[in-house]
Design a protein around this ligand. Structure first.
Ligand code: XIL
Length: 367
């Protein structure tokens, strides 16, 4: 936008010094908005915490039009105490994120209702030891009903079940949910807790789009298992979308494999989203650490992101890819600093630790 009047001298000076947010040195490019560039394709989102809204608020407001809570809506955080009274819940962190999204006209994904991690162990305990299947399902219904009722209209898509399939493609039998209510009493081929979770969610907010979300479902036995699960849930009218998490590495990501998975999943009549995108700069299984992101890896990351987003644009549309959410926005806050090697710095996102666009950013917005 051109200023209508000449700028006051102080602003010209601030601009030349790079103090103003939008200003830049001659020859430097303005930083476009991911959300604006991708408007014709799909919403672009980021996972956030209340703390990152303070640390990265300007960047988030400028770059994305969708948010997801990195942790604030997980059971352990939002429902830390037993029972289902309001006093059992801690909505404050989630509410902060919802308020930010509202203020900036962003949509929100809800993450996540059923997961084997970040869930209190007491949920699976009863009076005489292990809780009964019915007790656990009752607790699940109460939890889902409370959250979906509270966030109706604010959260339009929920990751109802997260990571229910193991890496071999079998059901994840080490999940406490599976152990408590994983039997398939109605013989529909799906552990009952999964179907029940989707039923509870459907009943609590019929307007919400319900997702199954998982990692590594783009290939191999895990993809086949995800296809079977989603097909069966879809036949019951219980699922609307699948989230491919997208925690990949610059050494392993295979955009064409992702394309095929998007097509196969979408062919079941559900939407597909990339829900937790980041590209680690380490090879999976490598536990070494580097002091900084070397230029060759930075370039490799840019190429990988560029190739992925080319696929994303080509697969975008109502019967295909309907959203891409990053698991963070800038390298000063990433879960990969703690996983899989605690304390090791990683640089998986499009903006650097100073919130400056990386080569990867430019390869995503320019093609
Ligand atoms: C991660 C968060 O980013 C961390 O802060 C937390 O300590 C553990 O969980 N798959 C998921 C996300 O579905 O919920 C996980 O988020 C990352 C892997």
């Amino acid at each position: 936008m051109k200023p209508a009047r000449p700028l006051p001298a102080v602003m010209v000076l601030a601009g030349a010094l790079g103090i103003l947010g939008q200003s830049r040195a001659p020859g430097e490019d303005a930083v476009p908005s991911l959300a604006a560039v991708y408007k014709p394709y799909f919403p672009v989102g980021a996972a956030v915490e209340p703390e990152t809204l303070s640390l990265q608020g300007d960047l988030l407001a400028a770059q994305v039009n969708s948010l997801v809570a990195e942790n604030a809506m997980k059971w352990q955080v939002i429902h830390p105490r037993p029972g289902n009274d309001p006093s059992a819940y801690n909505f404050s962190r989630a509410d902060e994120i919802v308020a930010f999204a509202r203020q900036h006209g962003m949509r929100m994904r809800g993450h996540t209702l059923v997961w084997h991690q970040q869930v209190p162990a007491r949920l699976f305990r009863g009076a005489g030891g292990a809780a009964s299947r019915q007790e656990v399902l009752d607790r699940l219904r109460d939890h889902i009903t409370t959250l979906l009722t509270r966030y109706t209209g604010a959260v339009d898509a929920w990751d109802v079940v997260n990571e229910a399939i193991s890496d071999t493609g079998a059901w994840r039998t080490d999940s406490p949910w599976y152990q408590a209510a994983g039997a398939d009493l109605d013989n529909d081929g799906i552990p009952d807790y999964i179907v029940e979770a989707f039923r509870f969610a459907r009943a609590a907010d019929p307007s919400a789009r319900l997702f199954y979300n998982d990692y590594n479902i783009e290939a191999g036995a895990k993809r086949e298992a995800a296809l079977r699960l989603v097909k069966a849930l879809k036949a019951k009218g219980l699922v609307d979308g699948v989230g491919i998490q997208g925690h990949w590495s610059i050494f392993g990501v295979q955009p064409e494999v992702v394309r095929q998975a998007i097509r196969q999943l979408a062919a079941l009549g559900v939407e597909v989203q990339i829900t937790e995108l980041d590209l680690s700069t380490y090879q999976w299984g490598d536990s070494s650490s580097r002091p900084a992101l070397a230029p060759d890896l930075e370039r490799r990351q840019a190429e990988s992101y560029g190739a992925l987003f080319e696929v994303f644009r080509q697969e975008a549309g109502p019967g295909g890819l309907t959203g891409v959410t990053f698991w963070g926005i800038a390298d000063d806050h990433t879960w990969l600093d703690a996983f899989p090697v605690p304390g090791r710095k990683d640089w998986p996102l499009l903006f650097d630790v100073d919130h400056k666009p990386k080569p990867a950013f430019w390869s995503v917005v320019r093609w």
